[in-house]
Design a binder for this molecule. Structure first.
Ligand SMILES: Cc1ncc(COP(=O)(O)O)c(C=O)c1O
Length: 372
């Protein structure tokens, strides 16, 4: 964060100095509709047909009344507990938010005070930084290590005991490096740092198949929060719904800083249908994993530098100028994300992994765009 003095707003009313100094999170969202969208790690096929049907059946009066949330937290716990858990999750341990972005914002708002510390990694998901800055927090970001972008376990352990930060944020698998860290290590961080709230962003957990939720008891590890979303696997990114799972006291505090109707009725109806159709999500994930193996082989054979680990995305360093390759891919109907300016991965393109057919379409366009 720049340490420049806050400038006076043109209205004569100054926002908080933290807001005046910070930069908002911007994403290139416009004009994506008719292209192959491999730029936001979204589900590339769309939601389950049951979700679409449930949305179509919404009566018009539903629009004029405030949303109802009854049964939603139970549906989340039923869905999560269907997988074997060390300790089953209870509804009061679930918070429902307008996307995981809103959960992240609320966690910082509830827990991050001016001059408190956030410990995290770099490069990682871009929304953590503005959330810390808007609270006036200090950020200690440890780089991923070596050519494989390994998790900086030792450095984070030392930082936890030395600085006793308010928040530790771990994206597992990490967006954009795909780096993974064992669930037991995360639980150890939480248990050895009781005064730090450990937040694990598990947006891409389905592509890893391993979660802290399977191994933690949230009653005896009350300083751990796990974030899950229906954006990436269930295909509800446009409706905005995500969950924070943690000790009921922590969830209660985070819920105090959000509005009473922040999650809309359409998202609730869609979420209930999506949570019931886990088969659809599982088969999508399976398809992505097959495509991931295929594209990995092509990258290896092509001799290009690439990195691919835990999520539904990969990094590739084109031989030609990345901006030119990105533009040429766009002209061929394929969107990818340029990692320009991101520490350690400048020069790479991040490519979301969709179905096998979509990856074939990408690869053909990529090879044509990045001629050697
Ligand atoms: C790591 C990570 N966390 C959170 C989000 C936001 O998720 P949601 O759509 O649920 O707000 C994203 C979206 O790209 C992400 O990559």
């Amino acid at each position: 964060m720049k340490s420049s003095k806050p400038t006076k707003s043109i209205t004569g009313v100054s926002p908080r100095p933290e807001v005046e100094r910070m930069q908002g999170y911007k994403a290139p969202l416009e004009g994506r509709r008719n292209l192959l969208r491999l730029d936001f790690n979204e589900n590339t096929l769309g939601p389950s047909p049951h979700v679409v049907e449930a949305l179509r059946n919404i009566p018009s009066h539903h629009i004029s009344i405030y949303p109802e949330y009854d049964g939603l937290r139970e549906a989340v716990t039923d869905n999560l507990n269907a997988k074997k858990r060390y300790v089953p999750i209870r509804p009061e341990q679930v918070g429902v938010f307008n996307g995981v972005d809103a959960a992240i914002h609320a966690i910082f708002h509830a827990y991050g005070d001016r001059d408190d510390q956030l410990v995290t990694t770099t490069p990682t998901f871009g929304y953590y930084t503005p959330c810390a800055h808007m609270q006036g927090m200090k950020i200690l970001a440890f780089p991923y290590e070596g050519g494989n972008y390994n998790f900086p376990t030792q450095k984070i352990s030392t930082a936890l005991s030395e600085y006793k930060p308010k928040l530790l944020l771990i994206c597992n698998p990490n967006n954009p490096t795909g780096t993974t860290i064992p669930a037991q290590q995360i639980i150890k961080f939480a248990n050895t740092s009781p005064n730090t709230l450990v937040v694990v962003d598990e947006l891409y957990e389905a592509f890893l198949g391993e979660s802290v939720l399977q191994e933690v008891d949230l009653d005896s590890t009350p300083n751990l929060i796990i974030l899950r979303s229906l954006s990436k696997t269930a295909g509800l990114a446009g409706l905005r719904i995500g969950f924070a799972i943690g000790n009921n006291n922590v969830i209660n505090r985070i819920n105090r800083v959000v509005g009473p109707y922040d999650v809309n009725s359409f998202a609730v109806i869609a979420a209930l249908a999506a949570l019931k159709d886990q088969v659809y999500v599982d088969s999508y994930v399976k398809e992505v994993l097959i495509a991931r193996d295929w594209i990995k082989k092509q990258l290896f054979k092509s001799g290009r530098r690439y990195h691919l680990e835990g999520g539904n995305y990969l990094l590739v360093w084109p031989k030609q100028d990345p901006f030119q390759v990105e533009a040429s891919l766009k002209a061929a109907g394929v969107l990818v994300r340029n990692m320009k300016g991101k520490p350690l991965i400048d020069g790479a393109l991040r490519v979301s992994i969709g179905t096998s057919n979509q990856m074939k379409q990408f690869w053909e366009a990529f090879i044509n765009s990045d001629r050697v």
